[in-house]
Write a protein of this length. Structure first.
Ligand code: MF3
Ligand code: CO
Ligand code: CO
Length: 261
């Protein structure tokens, strides 16, 4: 994948991506209160699909390379691409990543968060908090004129210093009219290496951080990726746009200001 293959978006296109990104973030907010012991991952899927349709969008994962559902639900040792199922009932102490990608007027908004089901164990809480911090440190490393390797280096340094490991087999990606396109964004690596970061680039950063080994296996369903040691894995994802002076997080909602009394 050479530099020519990387799409640089105009202000007008970034506005389209902002609309898709904001809808994606609102969808996660809508789903969050449903994450409770006793709910099935299929119920979360079906709620997400109905909400997406109601807002005039499509669920990009549905049918993408044969993926059978509208969102990915990745519980505990599942690293990513968990398939929602009526048989999978959330229980107290689980962690679940919900990854949504509404397609709005031809543009993809890709974001995910890991939620606690009830009260987490100490190790689950630490893993999830460190993973969110990894995403924010990765985003902070994005500078026009910098290199893609700066992002992974920032993430890997922090994750490993906290005693965790970084998944290698899945990476962030360019996103726009196409769900997955160049450049690839590894969540590990070396500062100063990789392609140059330029204004107009739009890509995801989506670190998957493991409690134990970074190695993963894909189950017989050909989708569900799990940790090889079956210890916990967490993930957070944002879609970002590189601007002239820094970065805009397209899938971050503005802070809700308290209503005036
Ligand atoms: N949303 C995922 C990502 O972050 C991709 C899911 S592809 C699917 O890139 F087919 F599993 F839905
Ligand atoms: Co995603
Ligand atoms: Co993604």
């Amino acid at each position: 994948m050479d530099n020519e293959a990387i799409v640089l978006m105009s202000k007008r296109e970034i506005e389209k991506m902002r609309q898709a990104g904001q809808l994606a973030a609102q969808l996660l907010n809508y789903l969050e209160p449903m994450v409770k012991p006793g709910v099935s991952t299929l119920e979360l899927n079906d709620a997400a699909e109905a909400w997406t349709q109601k807002h005039g969008a499509k669920s990009a994962p549905l049918g993408y390379m044969g993926f059978p559902k509208s969102i990915c639900t990745s519980v505990n040792e599942v690293v990513c691409h968990g398939i929602p199922s009526a048989k999978q009932i959330l229980k107290e102490g689980d962690i679940i990543n919900i990854d949504v990608t509404p397609l709005v007027e031809g543009y993809h908004g890709d974001t995910s968060k890991t939620f606690f089901v009830g009260e987490p164990s100490a190790i689950a809480r630490k893993l999830v908090e460190v993973t969110e911090e990894c995403l924010m440190r990765g985003i902070a490393a994005v500078k026009p004129g910098g290199r893609i390797g700066d992002i992974g280096a920032a993430i890997q340094e922090y994750a490993e210093a906290q005693g965790f490991s970084v998944v290698r087999d899945f990476v962030g990606h360019g996103v726009g009219r196409i769900f997955h396109m160049p450049p690839q964004i590894p969540h590990y690596g070396t500062r100063g290496k990789g392609k140059k970061i330029r204004p107009g680039m739009v890509f995801t950063i989506e670190p998957m951080i493991n409690e134990g080994t970074w190695e993963v296996e894909v189950l017989a369903d050909k989708w569900t990726a799990v940790t090889k040691d079956r210890k916990l894995s967490a993930q957070f994802e944002h879609t970002i746009a590189v601007t002239e002076n820094g970065v805009e997080i397209l899938t971050l909602l503005p802070d809700r200001v308290a209503a005036p009394v």
